[in-house]
Design a protein around this ligand. Structure first.
Ligand code: PRT
Ligand code: ZN
Length: 299
């Protein structure tokens, strides 16, 4: 299917763990769409971007088949499909950037009672998973021969049901493993939601649209948790105050009108600005400390 060259089409999860955070990210980046959440196609109102809402498992394939240009999907789903499509006639897939939500890990787990030294213990065992390609890749890299039992869901009860000796499944808090008498033994993949796309440039105006899209998303991600600190200090205390701002990006130091000994500091901080830090800055000589939220940032 040919894609219109003047609009970007992004595939996103219709409903599930990634749908609300993905929607919020686009909203924070200033993109608005016509339609409500239940509809499958959302038209970008003031931007050349449209959304297609689908099951997360379908997102990589839609990109590979050129039906969608981009996708917001878990790295676990993206890498599984990329391995599955290796050597096929479809376009290759790539991760453009991590999006810092939907964090989890794809891990091996065995019954609590089983002794565990390392992954070689899995030799000759049956391992249930919904990620057969990632698991096969992991086993192959370590020269381990095991039977992969591919399941669409309910992987965590496969051992109880006698269908497998171990599992390879997504874990976040670990509560599901504990509830099923399993222990996590090795992480195969650290995952989070990512922005995915084909691994070749579009070669038309979508390349420019994509560059603008990424700049806005990066801007939103940079300001998440960022704070602007403004304060004044005597010239002699400047070095001590700046020592307490190690995360400040190129702080601006400027003179204060009519106060020769005083300097104004303006600094964008990328980690938490706690009361303790402000108190330490005051002790070091800072005055008139102000902490402001950052709404937008375009590098
Ligand atoms: O309907 P659709 O196919 O679109 O959705 P889905 O049900 O396949 O996916 P969904 O919404 O459950 O997950 C989407 C993505 O969220 C996954 O592909 C991961 O990238 C990410 N993610 C983050 C997770 C988890 N955390 C997670 N905890 N996906 C699944 N889980 C499962 C886990 O396997 C366990 O069974 O949630 C359960 C609870 O986990 P614990 O460890 O907190 O107990
Ligand atoms: Zn799914």
């Amino acid at each position: 299917m040919n894609r219109p060259a003047d609009r970007l089409r992004i595939a996103m999860q219709k409903s599930g763990r990634l749908s609300d955070p993905a929607r919020n990210l686009l909203k924070q980046a200033g993109f608005q769409f016509r339609s409500d959440k239940d509809q499958l196609f959302c038209y970008g109102e003031d931007c050349a971007i449209d959304l297609v809402l689908v099951r997360d498992d379908d997102i990589p394939q839609l990109i590979a088949e050129n039906v969608c240009d981009l996708g917001i999907v878990g790295r676990n789903v993206l890498q599984e499909k990329a391995l599955e499509l290796r050597g096929s006639a479809h376009c290759g897939l790539q991760e453009l950037m991590p999006l810092a939500f939907g964090g989890c890990r794809l891990s091996l787990a065995v019954p609590n009672s089983q002794l565990w030294q390392n992954a070689a213990d899995l030799e000759g065992q049956r391992i249930a998973t919904s990620y057969p390609e990632l698991l096969a890749d992991f086993l192959q890299q370590r020269g381990i021969r095991a039977d992969i039992v591919a399941l669409k869901g309910s992987v965590e009860i496969a051992v109880k049901l006698g269908k497998a000796d171990a599992i390879c499944d997504l874990v976040s808090s670990g509560a599901t493993l504990v509830a099923n008498g399993l222990k996590e033994t090795e992480i195969i993949l650290q995952s989070e939601a990512v922005l995915a796309c084909q691994n070749t440039p579009f070669g038309d105006s979508r390349d420019g649209l994509l560059a603008n899209f990424i700049a806005r998303i990066e801007g939103v991600m940079k300001v998440q948790g960022s704070k602007l600190i403004i304060c004044q200090t005597g010239k002699c205390d400047l070095a001590s105050v700046l020592k307490l701002l190690p995360d400040a990006v190129a702080p601006t130091i400027s003179p204060v009108w009519g106060m020769d000994d005083t300097l104004n500091i303006q600094a964008l901080c990328q980690s938490a600005v706690t009361w303790q830090r402000l108190e330490a800055m005051k002790l070091a000589g800072a005055r008139g400390l102000m902490v402001l939220p950052v709404e937008k940032l375009l590098a």
